[in-house]
Design a protein around this ligand. Structure first.
Ligand code: FMN
Length: 172
């Protein structure tokens, strides 16, 4: 069930000043960096860089990620039965830039292999979470994608941290 609160029914104008301070506040919040990947209805691999990834529950094991509805890959995630989250190691932070670039050749460098569902998986990821689509919610200009984790693989490799618009090593 979705509870829509009264104040969400009208779009109140947001001042540039608040918008700027909101962006700065979010930039000062450190987060891990993920690539989220799937396959579209034509069988083409799709993916994007996401810092909006987080866990939602343990039983069942649920995670969520928020995807802008303007993203080119949005249609693929809107219909995908499953998708994959890869936690980026710091030494592959270059991929975060590639996957955040609209129109880039994201999978052309041979970094990915296909999983059982045919979706791209980065073998070098610090963690891979294979997810079945559980529920989707459109909120404002994003879609919240909730996935039920089906399988997890871990690799002992220090993760990338995104902080103040830059990629950092833990403790670096
Ligand atoms: C560090 C970083 C984190 C990002 N996190 C998100 C996110 O959580 N959700 C989102 O929709 N876009 C996010 N983006 C932007 C998308 O990765 C980017 O717009 C991407 O190109 C969208 O996919 P498309 O190429 O299919 O349009 C992020 C970008 C960067 C650099």
């Amino acid at each position: 069930m979705t509870h829509t609160l009264p104040h969400t029914s009208t779009v109140a104008p947001v001042s540039d000043e608040l918008s700027g301070r909101f962006r700065e506040a979010m930039a000062s919040y450190p987060s891990g960096v993920t690539l989220v990947t799937t396959t579209d209805e034509q069988g083409v691999w799709r993916g994007f860089t996401a810092t909006s990834f987080c866990s939602l529950s343990v039983a069942p094991p649920l995670v969520l990620v928020c995807l802008a509805r303007t993203a080119q890959c949005h249609a693929a995630f809107q219909t995908a039965a499953s998708w994959v989250v890869q936690v980026l190691p710091f030494r592959r932070a270059d991929l975060a830039t590639r996957f955040a670039t609209r129109g880039a050749d994201k999978f052309g460098q041979g970094d990915f292999t296909a999983n059982a569902q045919g979706h791209p998986v980065l073998e070098e990821a610090a963690a891979v979470l294979e997810c079945d689509a559980y529920v989707r919610h459109d909120v404002a200009d994003h879609t919240i994608l909730v996935g039920r984790v089906r399988d997890v693989r871990l690799r002992d490799d220090p993760p990338a941290v995104y902080f103040r618009r830059g990629f950092h090593a833990l403790g670096g």
